[in-house]
Design a protein around this ligand. Structure first.
Ligand code: UN1
Length: 512
């Protein structure tokens, strides 16, 4: 029996205006959940409800809110296998990775549970006597958070956990195709004791969400928009937020480069490229886009990379595989479009291309009813190619070569994204020169482009985002606003800059 799920606003189930069916991408005949989709009015109503609930929540002492975060972490930990199994069932993420994803929620809770006892402001001296200066972090109010389904629980937790800890209320709109995973996580969060209305979940399609967001921003019930998704939609969300004098927290796509220097340990680089490019079937925003390999090791690298890929298991995500199916039909269709970008000057070195079927099997695997695709390595990619310049969410990696490190950095920055990057080298000078030159928010040395840890800043530049950062202490600036306070207890009006004591120096003094 499949699940029936609907939006929950203020602790109550909200009316649905339509239905979405979330399918198992590994067996598309299996329904994971029937999802009631809300309209724009329900989204806006959820934001009003959140605004009401936020006032009381902000009055709960931050250390007590920290205890709620601690409970969320415990609940997620106690339900880790169930939640991971659901993620695997709903989006086809290999179970080991799904467990890792659930772990990332716990890590995020572990980090922020103590932040309730910090949320440090500063006490600083004034220019004048008998006056004190302070800074406070205030919650922003209501955060509207719209998330993708490739990380249906970990990435939402990067928004939800700090937003709630800081005393905000949240309206969360998860991806429809990952609705059951999102709803399960929502239940774990509310079981930790969040008062009704502090966290609301609204299932809606993109158009209704955008319209609802526009309404809510107009009504003044949303104070921060968080969005994880494509650069294209991110632009629209950023524009909308900007019209309301807000800066959205945008986590967008990537065309993440991996540079391989002639001094790299090639087998290590192959292992890194394999996981970066084809783990999660290439559907992380941090997945590898293009390998930029030094011309002297190009042929050797490509040969080993193709060999490693051919030996890798693609199949049922419940098993021990490198990759399962694509997330959902929408992603499979888009991926097929990316495959049309292949041109005569490209050389596919990995074997078959396209959907894995009886007529186009991968060894003994025919894909059954799943949205499985052959993983593809394309050699000979050139800087003017769409395959080089644009994100290709899915299991396809381009390869190009370079002569000097400066040229490699230039190639790495050329597509104009800036989320993640990687360099394989045994020379520290190369690593630091790369770090300095690369536009990405994240740099790996001798490691995969993916796999960011929960306590480092996560976010991109250029087409990957507007410079906002999630995770770690940096995200606090997304969910709080600084307030400065001065308190004069001198009993008279002391004017800043004017009533300030001056100590005369003898600036003509010189040593004999
Ligand atoms: C994403 O795909 O939106 O660094 C985030 C990583 C993961 C997060 C990916 N921890 O690959």
């Amino acid at each position: 029996m499949s699940r029936q799920i609907v939006s929950v606003v203020g602790g109550k189930e909200a009316a649905a205006a339509g239905t979405y069916t979330s399918l198992n991408p590994a067996r598309t005949g299996e329904v994971v959940a029937r999802v009631g989709l809300a309209d724009a009015g329900t989204f806006a109503a959820a934001c009003r409800t959140a605004k009401e609930a936020q006032r009381e929540w902000a009055r709960v002492p931050a250390p007590v809110r920290g205890r709620v975060i601690a409970s969320i972490g415990r609940l997620v930990e106690a339900n880790a296998e169930r939640l991971a199994r659901l993620v695997t069932e709903e989006i086809g993420k290999p179970y080991a990775e799904a467990l890792g994803e659930v772990r990332e929620i716990v890590d995020t809770c572990d980090f922020f549970l103590g932040e309730g006892r910090r949320l440090y402001g500063q006490t600083v001296p004034s220019e004048m006597p008998d006056k004190n200066l302070f800074t406070f972090r205030n919650p922003i109010g209501v955060a509207a958070v719209v998330t993708a389904g490739n990380f249906p629980v970990a990435v939402p937790s990067w928004y939800l956990v700090p937003a709630l800890l800081c005393g905000n209320a949240v309206v969360w709109k998860p991806a429809e195709y990952a609705a059951a995973s999102a709803e399960a996580m929502f239940r774990l969060f509310t079981a930790a004791g969040l008062p009704d209305g502090v966290l609301n979940i609204v299932f809606a399609d993109g158009a209704a969400t955008f319209e609802g967001l526009e309404l809510a921003l107009g009504e003044g019930t949303v104070h921060k928009v968080g969005f994880t998704g494509s650069s294209e939609v991110g632009r629209k969300v950023g524009e909308l937020a900007g019209r309301h004098l807000q800066s959205a927290c945008l986590e967008l796509g990537g065309k993440n480069p991996m540079v391989i220097m002639p001094d790299a340990e090639l087998d290590l680089a192959v292992e890194g490229a394999l996981f970066s490019g084809f783990g999660t079937a290439g559907q992380r925003c941090t997945s590898l886009g293009t390998v930029i390999v030094h011309e002297s090791v190009h042929d050797e690298f490509v040969e080993r990379f193709a060999r490693a890929l051919n030996a890798a298991a693609i199949g049922d995500p419940a098993g021990d595989v490198l990759a399962g199916p694509l997330l959902d039909r929408k992603f499979a269709d888009r991926y097929e479009e990316f495959l049309t970008w292949l041109q005569p000057h490209h050389k596919v070195v990995s074997g078959n291309v396209g959907r894995i079927t009886k007529d186009n099997p991968r060894g003994g695997f025919d894909g059954g009813e799943g949205l499985y695709y052959h993983p593809v390595i394309v050699d000979g990619v050139q800087p003017g190619d769409r395959l080089f310049l644009e994100e290709t969410f899915g299991p396809i990696v381009g390869v190009t070569s370079f002569a000097t490190l400066d040229e490699a950095v230039e190639l790495a920055n050329l597509p104009g994204y800036g989320l993640s990057s990687s360099i394989y080298t045994t020379n520290a000078k190369h690593a630091f020169r790369f770090r300095e030159g690369i536009s990405a928010g994240m740099v790996s040395v001798n490691n995969s482009t993916s796999g960011a840890e929960a306590h480092l800043p996560f976010g991109g530049n250029g087409k990957s985002g507007n410079g906002s950062r999630q995770s770690g202490m940096w995200v606090l600036d997304q969910f709080t606003r600084w307030q400065s306070m001065n308190w004069d207890h001198s009993g008279k009006l002391q004017k800043a800059q004017m009533d300030v004591a001056e100590i005369e120096p003898d600036l003509d003094f010189r040593l004999p």
